[in-house]
Design a protein around this ligand. Structure first.
Ligand code: DGY
Length: 407
């Protein structure tokens, strides 16, 4: 079947060229092209929020082919789209960016791959590095947004919001009752965090400051900034005549699990954290504790979690991510004590548009021959106005000995 193309009117971009691509008669996906006269060819496998990212790429003389299908693209489909010539790709965390795609991108003359996510466990960075390909990610714009969702899930689970919503919609509410949907109070209890990096620390501050909770954390690294902040907050409470909060860095994950009333998981997913929350560790938690995961699904052994929730009805869980995403393990969706949302922790307009600007900045920066931005935690200059002459966040810049921006 031949490819089909034409023009479509877009609310934000005016007329855009669209192409429906077939390979061997099989529909690959719909694509629309922005700035078709650009001399560098960039593929973006999904539509991204906002328009700034397209302006950044247009300013770097790129034409951008954007996948309009909401289906997750396979490696073969992406390879076919890369084709014989492609300068750079913006891809998704749902795609398997390994040897096959990096060798295809390199063979097509590719110079950069940007992951539209801060996490890059879907990317074989070593393979990209072997091919000399810089890999970009999008730090610094997801922190508070993701932490806010972890807080949202905490209280949705602790206060049984999803169960109560279903009850109301089902017309079951017959009037106020002293015993209806009793949940757990969080104020002045203990919050635990596994992985106190950017997002874990932001969640900790929100919970400690908002609800005067004591704090425990486990991380391979000390978060001195967070510790100092919480000590100062405790002093502030004292100065107001209130009981200060306490905090402690624990020697083990187990210590955090045993003592906390709510535990939020924020580690990087690797072989040491894969199925970190298994039957044994779940068994260490208090019977009425709350467990939150807005990191990566495989950090929890989901089948073990289903069994644990079945036998511990006061144990509550909030999940943004799943072990075999988008699938859920059998039984999970039937559990009233679990709140589930579809990997939307970073889904605010500001964050997702910011991620798009950063992904585009990574591609445009490398294709323009610019150095790497010096501080990946301070990427605000890439979110409005003219971009600095740099790539905001390249994760393998040291391995590739890429120059650093000096400004
Ligand atoms: C990321 O960027 O890693 C997030 O999971 C997207 O929400």
């Amino acid at each position: 079947m031949p490819d089909r193309c034409g023009f479509r009117r877009s609310e934000t971009q005016g007329l855009v060229l669209f192409v429906t691509t077939y390979q061997g008669g099989v529909l690959l996906a719909d694509w629309e092209t922005h700035n078709p006269s650009g001399s560098k060819r960039v593929v973006c496998t999904k539509q991204l929020p906002g328009t700034r990212w397209l302006d950044v790429l247009a300013a770097a003389d790129c034409s951008v082919e954007v996948g309009t299908s909401t289906d997750i693209l396979s490696v073969d489909e992406i390879k076919a789209k890369i084709g014989d010539h492609c300068d750079g790709v913006i891809g998704q965390l749902t795609e398997d960016w390994g040897e096959e795609l990096f060798s295809a991108l390199k063979a097509a003359g590719g110079k950069v791959y940007a992951n539209y996510a801060v996490g890059y466990n879907n990317v074989d960075v070593e393979s990209a590095t072997r091919h000399g390909l810089p890999v970009g990610n999008t730090p610094g714009v997801l922190t508070e947004t993701t932490a806010e969702m972890a807080v949202t899930l905490t209280f949705s689970a602790a206060r049984r919001v999803a169960e109560a919503d279903v009850y109301m919609r089902g017309g079951e509410y017959k009037g106020w009752l002293p015993t209806l949907f009793l949940g757990e109070l969080m104020t002045r209890k203990t919050v635990g965090v596994i992985g106190a990096g950017r997002i874990g620390a932001a969640y900790a501050k929100m919970m400690v400051e908002g609800f005067k909770m004591n704090f425990l954390y486990y991380d391979l690294y000390q978060n001195k900034g967070l510790e100092d902040y919480l000590t100062a907050y405790g002093e502030f409470l004292k100065s107001q005549g209130e009981e200060p909060i306490s905090w402690r860095k624990c020697d083990t994950t187990e210590e955090v699990l045993r003592e906390s009333d709510v535990v939020s998981l924020h580690p990087v997913l690797d072989e040491t954290t894969h199925n970190l929350m298994n039957t044994e560790r779940l068994g260490l938690m208090k019977d009425n504790a709350v467990l939150i995961n807005a990191s990566r699904g495989p950090v929890i052994d989901e089948a073990a979690l289903v069994e644990h929730c079945k036998t511990h009805e006061n144990f509550r869980v909030g999940l943004d991510v799943f072990e075999d995403e988008p699938a859920m393990k059998p039984g999970l969706a039937d559990l009233p004590n679990v709140v589930i949302v579809p990997h939307i922790a970073s889904a605010t307009i500001w964050t997702r548009s910011g991620m798009a600007s950063l992904a585009a900045g990574n591609v445009a920066g490398i294709l323009s021959g610019y150095p790497c931005w010096q501080d990946q935690n301070d990427v605000l200059p890439f979110l409005e106005g003219e971009n600095p002459k740099a790539a905001p966040s390249i994760v393998n810049r040291d391995e590739l000995s890429l120059p650093a921006h000096s400004g």
